[in-house]
Design a protein around this ligand. Structure first.
Ligand code: AMP
Length: 414
């Protein structure tokens, strides 16, 4: 059987050159499945998670079409729109478009929140070929007519299931309603809950379906262990683990943004270089943290699930689940940050007695029983501690008013 190469798809010379320069030797399975359909102008439904090469699977056909047809958009309009759930993923997608479209003279604009909108409006004013963005800011620019999508020929919805989790569905419906009916669309999602299948049905026309690796499977190259530990002892356990030099590049996951800040602060105090990355930080701060982690300036990235989506850093030796996620799929995404591109990796979970139900759900989903690294597996879970309410949210009952003289008499009489 002849091996499928990028050249066999008939890509423009500059795209092939960029693929070669990026070290893409042959298409990944999702690319093999989705590229022929995309290049033939068909809609695609891709079931695949980050790390499979899905970005190039949808970006290359769009770039190829633009290489063959150099139209200019009118002011504020775009020819292609890509929606991603997080800023980091949007940045990564935009970089991939720029990398492979470098020789095509296209105007690619990033439209995400967390940074000023004026720069984005200015860039849109001369018309764009490709807009990559997150739903909130996209809708914001659409509402002021600084982004026009009525002539958009290509639409991609990436990580649709995550969009659903994050409550972006109303924004997405707004975007879809403003698109022209004549267009080529693609939807990518790691899982296919009923809402996403419904959305895909309305969005895609006779799509080619390409499914790569179910979400429930964790790469077998990842060694998974669990420490049963009291919540109060997690800090000390984390420091002792991170003092081990084999943790060359680690991502530590916490459930909350404040938790991520606290852990990063504590590690730095102990001379373990760490940076926090979460949704409360501005886009620039998040990008800085990611760059410092990529370059090796910091050894530990402390992140929340949302911020970690789409982090694509090679050579992550360990993923530490400082707190277990309550959605088992998030665990699969988290540990997928290690063992990328065929490398091996280690995933370490901390589990206190209240988190046992989360651990059970994860093990049920993945079908992998984690090896116990320390402590003993409790037989039963303890009920989770009641979350403390923010003082501003506490509703105080009004004090009962002392009845007035006349009222008292009336009550008695009644
Ligand atoms: P993605 O799933 O699109 O986030 O891609 C995951 C990683 O794989 C990214 O670093 C891509 O640059 C890389 N990648 C994608 N396709 C290929 C390929 N055909 N050959 C080598 N690396 C690839």
């Amino acid at each position: 059987m002849t091996e499928i190469t990028f050249a066999s798809f008939g890509f423009a010379g500059s795209i092939l050159g960029a693929l070669k320069a990026a070290g893409f030797e042959k298409p990944t399975p999702i690319q093999e499945g989705a590229l022929p359909a995309g290049l033939a102008g068909k809609d695609v439904l891709g079931i695949a998670q980050t790390g499979t090469g899905k970005t190039a699977a949808f970006a290359l056909p769009i770039l190829q079409a633009m290489a063959a047809n150099k139209l200019h958009s009118r002011r504020f309009a775009t020819r292609a729109l890509i929606l991603a759930p997080t800023r980091e993923l949007a940045v990564q997608i935009e970089q991939e478009f720029k990398k492979f479209g470098a020789g095509l003279g296209l105007n690619t604009v990033l439209v995400v929140g967390g940074v000023g909108r004026m720069g984005q409006v200015n860039r849109m004013s001369r018309g764009a070929d490709i807009v990559v963005g997150t739903p909130g800011r996209i809708c914001d620019l659409m509402s002021t007519r600084n982004l026009l999508i009525d002539q958009c020929q290509f639409f991609v919805l990436d990580e649709a299931d995550r969009m659903l989790d994050l409550g972006f569905m109303p924004d997405i419906r707004k975007v879809v309603a403003a698109l022209p009916t004549r267009r080529q669309s693609a939807l990518f999602s790691a899982t296919m809950p009923a809402e996403i299948s419904g959305l895909a049905e309305g969005l895609l026309r006779d799509p080619v379906r390409v499914a790569i690796q179910a979400i429930s499977s964790t790469p077998s190259r990842i060694e998974q262990t669990v420490h049963f530990v009291d919540a109060g002892a997690k800090r000390a356990l984390l420091s002792s683990l991170l003092h081990d030099p084999s943790f060359t590049r680690a991502i530590v996951f916490t459930r909350t943004k404040r938790g991520a800040d606290r852990v990063a602060l504590q590690l730095n105090a102990e001379k373990i270089s760490a940076a926090a990355m979460h949704g409360n930080l501005g886009q620039n701060a998040r990008q800085r943290a990611l760059e410092a982690f990529k370059s090796g300036d910091v050894r530990v990235l402390v992140a929340t699930d949302l911020a970690a989506r789409g982090i694509d850093v090679t050579g992550v030796s360990h993923v530490v689940n400082y707190e277990l996620p309550n959605e088992p799929e998030s665990y699969v995404h988290r540990i997928g940050r290690t063992a990328r591109n065929g490398a091996e990796g280690i995933a370490v979970a901390f589990c206190d007695a209240t988190e046992l139900p989360f651990l059970n759900a994860i093990e049920k989903l993945t079908g992998v029983k984690m090896e116990v690294a320390s402590g003993t597996r409790p037989a039963h879970a303890q009920p989770a501690r009641k979350p403390q309410r923010h003082p501003d949210l506490v509703v105080r009952k009004p004090k009962p008013r002392r009845p007035q003289y006349g009222e008292q008499r009336k009550t008695r009489a009644a």
